[in-house]
Design a protein around this ligand. Sequence first.
Ligand code: 5AD
Ligand code: SF4
Length: 440
Amino acid sequence: MTAPKKLFIKTYGCQMNVYDSERMAEELGAQGYSETKSVEDADMILLNTCHIREKAAEKVYSELGRFKKLKAAKPDLKIGVAGCVAQAEGQEIMRRQPLVDLVVGPQSYHRLPEMEAKARSGEKVLDTDFPEEDKFEKLKRRPKAPRGPSAFLTVQEGCDKFCAFCVVPYTRGAEVSRPVDRILTEARDLVERGVREITLLGQNVNAYHGAGPQGDMTLAQLIWELDKVDGLERIRFTTSHPNDMMDDLIEAHATCKKLMPYLHLPVQAGSDRILKRMNRSHTAESYLRLLERIRAARPDILISGDFIVGFPEETEADFQATLDLVEEVKYGTAYSFKYSTRPGTPAAERPQVDPAEADDRLQRLQALLTRQQREIQDSMVGREVGVLFEKPGREAGQMLGKSDYLHAVHVADCGRKVGDLARVRIVESRTNSLAGELID
Ligand code: 5AD
Ligand code: SF4
C-alpha cells in the first residue's frame, strides 16, 4: 500500500474561503489526500487566495516564491492556486510563477480531483470557468468525522451590487442562492458531527432567496427552518448589505432564540457624497434609521461594520462624516481598510487620495473604533452571557469559548468540555478577551 498523499492548504481572506478550503480538502480527501500542517511534508500545496485588496493578492506571489526550494527538493510536489486571485489572475499566475501546476477558480473546485490527476501526469491545468453545473451539487457530502462545535455553511455566493471599489462581483460572479433542502441536509450532517453553532455565509447573505418547497425563501425563513434542527443551538449569518435588511429578518432577531445578537452590517463610509460614488445605494441617514429599527427589535445586539477610508475624491469633510457616523452607531467590532485600487473596478479610474492622507485617516478611524470596541467589551463585565466552549485554554482546567456577542471568553476551573454551552457571568475585561465564571 502506498502512503497517503499529504495536502497542505493555506487560506487567506474571508470566511467563505475557510469554508471553500474545507470543501477542497474533502474533495481531495476522496483522492487519498490527508491534511498536513507542515508544508515540508506536503505532496500538494494549495493556496486559497483573496483578491479584495492589492496587499492580499501580492502575498500570494511572495508565498509562491518561497516554495521554489521545496519543489526543487521534491519534484513530485504539486502546487495549486485557488480562490479569487486564481479567478482574477489565473493566466498571469501561470506566467509569473512557472512552479504553479494548477489554478482553480472558486466556482470550479468540484473539478479538483480531475485537475489533480492531470497535474500528476505533468500537465499544467487552469479552470476559472463559471460552469453551468452547480458546484455544490457535485461536491461530495461531508464525511462523518467529528469536528469542532462551530462551522461555516455557505448559503449564497456572489454579488450583483457592484460597489465601485469591489472585485467580488467579478471574482465570485452573480448572486446565487443554494436551495433550502441542501442547506438543511448539510446543517444536519454538521450537527451529527458535533456542531452546535452554524454561521451562514454569503457575500450578500441577507439577499438570500433559495428555492424552498413552496417557492423561494428569504434568509429569515431559512433561519426558522434551521431553528427546528435539534442539536443546533446557535445561528449566525454574515455579511449583510443594509439594503437587503428585510422586516422578517429584523423580526427574527427579536423572536428567534437561536439567532445570536450580533450583526455585521458594513456601511463603508459616512458621507452621502462618497456613498453615492461608491454605488452603495443607501445614505448615512437610512443606515442609522435601519439600525434604530434593528435595535428596537433586539436592544442588546452588537453591531459590527466595515469601512474604507481614502476612497477616490474623499475630502477631510467626507472623512469627518464617517467619524460622526461611527460616534453615533457605537460599533462592538469593526474592520477598516485603506482604499486599495482594484484593476477593472469603476473607482480605479478616478482621482486617488494622497496615500499619506489616507494613512492618517485610517489611524484616526481605527483609534475611534478601538475605543468603542473596548468600551463595549468592558460593559460586558457583570453581565450573564451564553458561552459555547471551543477549546481548552492555556492554563490547566481553563476553557475558551465565544459569547453570544462573539467575544472571546475564558473560564478557569471550568469542568466543561468542548461543545458545551453554558451560562457565564463576566467578571473581567482583558486586552482581547473576557474572563467569566460559570453560573450554577
Ligand atoms: N479597498 C479597500 N477595502 C475594500 N473592501 C472591498 N474592496 C476594497 C478595496 N478595493 C473592503 C470593504 C468590504 C470588505 C470585505 O473589504 O469594506 O466590506
Ligand atoms: Fe463587494 Fe459591495 Fe458586493 Fe459587498 S455588496 S461584495 S462590497 S460589491
